[in-house]
Design a protein around this ligand. Sequence first.
Ligand code: SF4
Length: 87
Amino acid sequence: MHTDTIEPIATEPDMTWREDALCAQAGPEFFFPAPGSSTREAKQLCGACEGRLACLEYALRNDERFGVWGGLSEKERLRLRRDRGRG
Ligand code: SF4
C-alpha cells in the first residue's frame, strides 16, 4: 500500500510589524528598564505603534520574559497568559 507523505511547509512567522516598530529609534533601555524603574514611557510609545498587537502576540507566543512588548510589561503579559489559559 502506498501512502503519500505530506511534507510540512516551513512557515516563517509574520514579522512585518517590526518594519513599523516605533521602538526601533528608541534605545533598548527604554524597553528593558532596570528592575523597579518605570515602564510608563515605553508603554506610551507602544500605544502609538501600529504593530502593537502583532508585537504583543509575538512576545506571548515566544514566551518573551523581559522588557515591554506590545505595551505590556513582563507581569502584565504573564497575567494575560494566565487569563487566556483559563478561558
Ligand atoms: S508595540 Fe512597543 S515594543 Fe512592540 S514594536 Fe511597537 S513600540 Fe516596539
